[in-house]
Design a binder for this molecule. Structure first.
Ligand code: FAD
Ligand code: NA7
Length: 513
């Protein structure tokens, strides 16, 4: 308490009395739970805690992007991540569907064009409705929402600053850090910060990005490049090493092959060296071919950096409270129950070391933490077999191990890979090329052949993968898969028909029904 008093005296008198008055409301602390960060994890945790009748507050404060983009309550997923990304992916898919429709007899006047100024505001309006929805939900559940930037003072105390610089201090029995991350800028590249944008900006642009260079090759890069190509923009991706690091590499290459065949340009093994603004307003990007050392240049309207994300710890004062961090990643080290090295402080979601950077894991971890803190639960979050989908033009759903990981863990002789190239029925009349539509089931080789990993490229990959994720989580085997009856005619039925092993060397192309 001594430390708290010292800090209180540093506050402006008004803030001190305001906080002192509020403090009288509760016996020991202002709140039972105080969450810093109102994104996927923080909102889920605070709402769940309030269900137990606890006094809960959530602090959410959005620092503008270097380009000045700002948004409301709800965090990355809702404002600058999953939601606008999936909606813009849908816009791109519809463009493809309109082309297919002509083959199915629809008479559509051509050329078909896309209007950014119709799509973007519609997406943004939807996001604003979600921002509002979250505020209403917090109010309904009696969670206090504070649009303030939080930093830690000690294990029970948070200093909060408003956008006008007004300070307040709050105490809480427990504190949860759920501050997520923000896009990285390669600041060693001249012009990167001045002229480039990130995923924090792309969905909120007031005009079409035009001819775009996307730098990076992980899923954020490929998804953005995918929808930009799909809405008709001249789009290039600059890849310095491999696509979709961490994902099954055979599938990653199918995903980029498909993108290439539908118009995305790839600069493989290239790294940008400079971005300059021309008098015309366009951007001149110089890059080096990492194999030949040759320099090259081209002009673009937009350069989108998708070169990774930095954990958002800037304001948190973590060192001051002695929080253990991973120096390399900058993330907070947590134990299986999401506890940090400082008693009463927990960390969930993207900010926590070793956790998948995905919304559903942040949400689930937040809910389970609240139940352990305030309910009778002792259930821990299980981060094993987390499914995910990459929403590239050809979607890629996966759960469990990649083939490379399975080989590393069990040896080549310890696994059996069943695979198939298939043609989605809807591609036939539309005369779409299905060369990259592929299914791979990685199993143990012995016994009933437990399924270790599932990979699927094709339409609606997320919808297909979700159900198989349940089966794999329950320990499904190849034998059980074979005993499952398919739904005809679907792409998913091809999964339960898998019978060609990679080891056999036989042609895995599915022919006939
Ligand atoms: P966030 O949602 O990032 O929330 C953190 C909040 O804390 C933010 O509002 C932030 O402004 C606030 N904050 C930070 N510091 C402070 C502070 N000091 N005080 C107060 N508030 C603070 N995941 C999926 O599952 N599926 C997808 O399809 C998907 N697509 C994505 C696409 C893109 C382009 C990106 C960038 C991410 C995507 N993700 C996707 C990842 C997903 O968005 C994140 O994993 C998820 O949002 C993490 O949730 P979180 O609660 O950890 O943090
Ligand atoms: P990731 O997954 O960290 O990937 C970063 C990508 O950017 C990766 O392809 C990197 O290539 C590439 N990269 C990094 N630095 C550079 C430079 N300087 N030049 C060129 N390319 C570079 O980041 P994402 O933002 O895509 O995704 C992060 C998470 O956010 C993701 O898990 C989602 O959940 C949301 P490398 O492979 O290192 O050669």
């Amino acid at each position: 308490m001594a430390a708290l008093c010292k800090w209180r005296h540093r506050l402006k008198p008004a803030a001190f009395f305001q906080n002192a008055a509020r403090r009288q409301l509760s016996d020991k602390h202002d709140y039972d739970l105080l969450v810093i960060g109102g994104g996927s994890g923080g909102l889920a945790c605070s709402k769940e805690a309030a269900q137990f009748g606890k006094k809960v507050a959530v602090l959410d404060y959005v620092e503008s992007s270097p380009k000045g983009t700002k948004w409301g309550l709800g965090g990355t997923c809702m404002n600058v991540g999953c939601i606008p990304k999936k909606l813009m992916h849908q816009a791109a898919l519809l463009g493809g569907a309109v082309k297919d429709a002509q083959k199915y007899g629809w008479r559509i006047p051509s050329p078909i064009t896309h209007d950014w100024l119709t799509m973007a505001p519609a997406v943004q309006d939807y996001i604003r409705s979600l921002n509002w929805g979250h505020r209403v939900q917090l109010q309904d559940k009696k969670v206090k929402y504070l649009n303030l930037k939080g930093s830690l003072m000690d294990g029970h105390t948070v200093r909060a600053v408003s956008k006008t610089g007004k300070e307040s201090v709050f105490t809480a029995g427990n504190i949860v850090i759920a501050t997520g991350g923000r896009p990285k800028y390669p600041t060693h590249i001249p012009g990167s910060l001045e002229y480039g944008i990130s995923s924090d900006d792309i969905f909120w642009l007031k005009e079409s990005p035009g001819k775009t260079l996307v730098v990076g090759a992980s899923y954020v890069a490929l998804e953005c490049a995918g929808f930009l190509t799909g809405i008709g923009l001249d789009t290039s991706v600059m890849v310095r090493s491999i696509p979709l690091r961490g994902f099954d590499q055979q599938i990653a290459c199918l995903v980029t092959d498909y993108m290439g065949s539908y118009g995305t340009k790839f600069h493989w093994k290239c790294s940008p060296s400079k971005v300059e603004k021309l008098e015309t307003g366009r951007l001149l990007v110089s890059w080096t071919d990492l194999d030949s050392g040759k320099e090259d240049q081209d002009t673009f309207d937009t350069v989108l950096w998708a070169v990774g994300r930095t954990p958002e710890t800037r304001a948190l004062n973590l060192e001051k409270v002695g929080m253990k961090m991973n120096r390399e990643t900058g993330k907070i080290i947590v134990s299986a129950d999401e506890a940090t090295s400082v008693p009463h402080i927990y960390a969930i979601g993207d900010i926590a070391e070793g956790r998948p950077e995905l919304t559903p894991t942040a949400i689930q971890a937040g809910k389970l933490l609240a139940r352990r803190l305030f309910g009778k639960s002792s259930e821990l979050m299980d981060y094993d077999c987390v499914p995910t989908t990459v929403f590239t033009p050809l979607e890629y759903g996966s759960v469990g191990l990649s083939e490379e990981e399975a080989v590393r863990m069990h040896g080549e002789d310890g696994i059996e890979v069943f695979h198939a190239f298939y043609k989605p029925l809807e591609f036939t009349v539309a005369e779409r090329d299905a060369s990259q539509c592929y299914i791979k089931m990685v199993c143990l080789r012995e016994g009933a052949q437990r399924i270790l990993g599932f990979h699927f490229t094709g339409p609606n990959a997320g919808e297909v993968t979700q159900g198989f994720a349940l089966a794999i989580k329950c320990g499904a085997t190849y034998t059980q898969l074979m005993a499952t009856v398919g739904i005809h005619p679907t792409s998913a039925e091809e999964i339960i028909k898998l019978n060609i092993t990679k080891r056999s060397g036989l042609d895995p192309t599915v022919t006939g029904c």
